[in-house]
Design a protein around this ligand. Structure first.
Ligand SMILES: NC(=O)c1ccc[n+]([C@@H]2O[C@H](COP(=O)([O-])OP(=O)(O)OC[C@H]3O[C@@H](n4cnc5c(N)ncnc54)[C@H](O)[C@@H]3O)[C@@H](O)[C@H]2O)c1
Length: 315
């Protein structure tokens, strides 16, 4: 890793600034050695980050990256030092606009200039294998390698089983299941010759539980398929340096869920009451988990699932 690049990627206010205090947790022990309540305290002086979490010098790609969780993953990569990023989404202009906005934001209060970034927006329909292959070809032509790929593109619909039109079920599987497969397979095809890489498939807590009260059987089954796909591909490619893990969010506030909640405002209260932490997740609640899975920090982890669901699945 180039130290110069990594330090340039840090915002001006970050490095070794004595004025900046970050709130952390400290556990104190009393004289009888019994643990007492954790208390919040400022972490003094220099803040150090584990280098394995750095995304500097890594070429990253995110499908469904123009908005929602995908856009949040892009943001997390940039904040962790990534400067080479491909954002794939159905509409190229939306992917490109998301990229421009990301660059603009990341240059605020930073030593970084827009020219330090190579962020590209690409139109790609993940349900088409050809479209995915073409997007990967453009990424390879531009960057020459691909290190971390996140398959986040996905849709959800709520029909009861008897009412769900077959063409819509098929479309859901084409995007959520086959789209993840095409993305992972194409990623591995390019990663294996270069010595490896990390692939993250975005599944859902619905891979593990049945959501209530809204019916969504094909979605739940599709996400269970994505979870097992990650495990199966992980075994196929484990000795070739390509890791495949999955990230399973709980209820997060994005356009996908806002569309559902717009038709049923009471539903938000129900979802929150079923979540031990008592709230829906904000997209940035996933930032740490995605950087962990996509970076060297998780280098001995493959075929695993990380659930980030406010505790939903444990009760
Ligand atoms: N939001 C949640 O509560 C939640 C919970 C668990 C899992 N997820 C999963 O996270 C992923 C992202 O969800 P989100 O909430 O950000 O949704 P979103 O609707 O906000 O964003 C999805 C993005 O994917 C893109 N997309 C859709 N079909 C595509 C296709 N065929 N090809 C390329 N791009 C396509 C959309 O244009 C959009 O930009 C999905 O796989 C979803 O199932 C979401």
């Amino acid at each position: 890793m180039s130290l110069r690049l990594f330090s340039r990627a840090l915002p001006k206010s970050c490095p070794a600034s004595p004025q900046r205090s970050i709130v952390g947790l400290r556990v104190r022990f009393n004289s009888s050695d019994a643990p007492v309540t954790p208390e919040k305290m400022p972490i003094p002086t220099r803040t150090r980050n584990l280098a394995d979490f750095s995304m500097a010098n890594r070429v990253c790609m995110v499908t469904g990256g123009a908005r929602g969780l995908g856009l949040e993953f892009c943001k997390a990569f940039i904040q962790s030092g990534c400067t080479d990023l491909a954002i794939l989404d159905l509409k190229e202009e939306e992917a490109a606009a998301a990229g421009e906005e990301l660059i603009k934001q990341s240059c605020v209060d930073s030593t970084m200039e827009p020219t330090d970034y190579r962020v590209m927006g690409l139109g790609c329909d993940v349900s088409s294998e050809l479209s995915v292959q073409q997007a990967f070809r453009k990424v390879m032509d531009t960057y020459g390698r691909i290190d971390s790929v996140v398959a986040s593109a996905g849709i959800v619909e709520n029909y009861s089983a008897f009412d769900y039109p077959f063409d819509r079920i098929k479309r859901l599987y084409d995007i959520n299941v086959h789209g993840a497969f095409f993305t992972a397979r194409e990623a591995a095809r390019h990663m294996i010759p270069q010595g490896g890489g990390s692939i993250v498939l975005v599944a859902s807590m619905s891979a593990n539980i049945v959501n209530i009260p809204q019916p969504q059987t094909p979605y739940n089954a599709a996400k269970a398929a994505v979870k097992h796909m990650a495990a199966s591909l992980a075994v196929e490619w484990a000795k070739k340096g390509v890791r495949v893990n999955c990230l399973s969010p709980g209820y997060m506030l994005t356009k996908l869920t806002r569309t559902i909640l717009a038709h049923d405002p009471e539903l938000k209260r129900t979802w929150e009451s079923l979540t031990p932490m008592g709230r829906m997740g904000e997209p940035e609640d996933l930032a740490g988990a995605i950087v962990f899975l996509a970076s060297d920090a998780s280098r001995f982890m493959t075929g695993s699932e990380i659930r980030v669901d406010g505790g939903y699945c444990i009760i």
